[in-house]
Design a protein around this ligand. Structure first.
Ligand SMILES: *[C@@H]1O[C@H](CO)[C@@H](O)[C@H](O)[C@H]1NC(C)=O
Ligand SMILES: *[C@@H]1O[C@H](CO)[C@@H](O)[C@H](O)[C@H]1NC(C)=O
Ligand SMILES: *[C@@H]1O[C@H](CO)[C@@H](O)[C@H](O)[C@H]1NC(C)=O
Ligand SMILES: *[C@@H]1O[C@H](CO)[C@@H](O)[C@H](O)[C@H]1NC(C)=O
Ligand SMILES: *[C@@H]1O[C@H](CO)[C@@H](O)[C@H](O)[C@H]1NC(C)=O
Length: 380
């Protein structure tokens, strides 16, 4: 009797699971038809946005993909300068778009993932947020929760403030996402607006995997005598043309006007070797607003980054990082105070280890995808 009950229950469960699978597949097929028949919004792209079609129907093409485990000592990065999926995207179930597409090295509208398994984590290239929302998001069944992660572009979210580019997301799309119960959380690189929703969190850009300058967790100094260095500041950086990079020129000029600030070249010595002679590194943003990989590189090398504040910079609360509202707020008495405040994070080995841990993929992945316990993701 008991056996029979168990068998019936098991069969019922299996039938239900099969039905769930079919529903998901059907939803995705519906989405595919939608994708084929519904033209996307008029293109907003310019030359750089080669991945965005000019007009007509479009469809994402799936490539086989299984997400990769986080490596020991892997430094955090959102940047896919190596063949995608790499960096943070490599740990996600679906990866939608990449800068390789924009470079013309991959066909447009490439997705890595299994279209017949509802994903738990979806990495969406910033440039494709709107097209993703109009197409693949329809694949996610109701009552299923996904975590969205967006980045791998200088474009900022949700407003898009990098002056070189047009806007990506419509404000209505963003508002709908905040209400959409299927979207459990949104992690945003270059978060450019103060968001009251507890569903949105900023994430840093992190390192550039192709240009880490030989820096790694293993070689990072564990004890930094930051208080025995002269109270000086260093500015290192490429000057680039265009309005987006005017702030770099502004800070370079300021540095030249301050007798306690040096403009350095790293052509002969490595970046770290130069930075290690200073308690502070000025970290001016380039593309986007998050001043990385410079901020991560400063901490790894053993210097306190000074950056201009932006809405997403709340993610550096509690870090040994100085945020100013204007670069002109820096003076020697502030430098002395800031160094005293942050010295323990460099000089105390245990605290230094804690700080370095925040630069790891492990640290950020455990926020994005916490180990099972209180369940955040529905599974099917
Ligand atoms: C997808 O990749 C996995 C592992 O790399 C492999 O086992 C599987 O056969 C592949 N599936 C298809 C349909 O190519
Ligand atoms: C940095 O390098 C450039 C070109 O090599 C040189 O013109 C400049 O004087 C150098 N600046 C410093 C501070 O050494
Ligand atoms: C910073 O301060 C300077 C001098 O007071 C001013 O000219 C500049 O506009 C300010 N910049 C910002 C971003 O507020
Ligand atoms: C340094 O800056 C702070 C705040 O910007 C200001 O209160 C202070 O008076 C300044 N000190 C000197 C010596 O200029
Ligand atoms: C800091 O980390 C290093 C490298 O993992 C380890 O050898 C050292 O024991 C740690 N120190 C402290 C005080 O935790």
């Amino acid at each position: 009797m008991l056996m029979l009950v168990v068998v019936v229950v098991t069969m019922t469960m299996m039938t239900m699971m099969t039905m769930v699978m079919i529903i998901i597949a059907a939803t995705c097929r519906i989405a595919s038809r939608y994708m084929l028949s519904a033209p996307p919004t008029p293109p907003r792209g310019r030359g750089h946005d080669a991945g965005v079609p000019r007009d007509g129907p479009f469809k994402y093409n799936f490539r086989n993909w299984t997400r990769k485990p986080v490596q020991k000592d892997e430094l955090f990065s959102v940047v896919q300068t190596n063949p995608p999926p790499c960096s943070l995207a490599a740990h996600c179930d679906w990866v939608v778009g990449s800068r390789y597409e924009h470079w013309g090295r991959l066909p447009g509208f490439t997705v890595w993932g299994d279209p017949y398994t509802v994903p738990g984590t979806i990495f969406v290239n910033t440039d494709e947020l709107e097209t993703f929302s109009e197409s693949l998001l329809h694949c996610i069944p109701r009552r299923h929760g996904v975590v969205l992660i967006t980045g791998d572009h200088d474009k900022t979210t949700p407003l898009q403030t990098d002056v070189r580019y047009p806007r990506v997301l419509r404000s209505s799309t963003w508002a709908n996402w905040l209400k959409d119960e299927r979207i459990l959380h949104i992690y945003v690189e270059h978060l450019d607006a103060a968001v009251t929703s507890s569903k949105v969190s900023p994430i840093p850009t992190g390192m550039n995997p192709r240009d880490a300058g030989g820096m790694s967790l293993a070689t990072a100094p564990r004890k930094v005598r930051i208080q025995s260095l002269p109270l000086r500041v260093v500015e290192i950086g490429r000057q680039r043309g265009g309005r987006q990079f005017l702030e770099r020129q502004f800070v370079r000029d300021l540095c030249n006007s301050w007798r306690w600030c040096d403009v350095a070249n790293t052509t002969n010595e490595g970046f770290s070797a130069v930075v290690q002679k200073y308690p502070f590194l000025l970290c001016v943003h380039g593309g986007g607003i998050d001043p990385n990989p410079k901020l991560f590189s400063a901490i790894l090398s053993g210097a306190i980054p000074i950056m201009r504040d932006f809405p997403g910079a709340t993610m550096y609360d509690g870090w040994p990082v100085v945020r100013v509202s204007n670069w002109t707020d820096i003076n020697t008495s502030m430098l002395a105070q800031w160094r005293k405040l942050h010295a323990p994070a460099f000089e105390d080995e245990w605290l230094r280890n804690q700080t370095l841990e925040r630069l790891t993929m492990r640290h950020w992945w455990s926020k994005i995808h916490p180990p099972p316990g209180p369940r955040r993701h529905q599974s099917i």
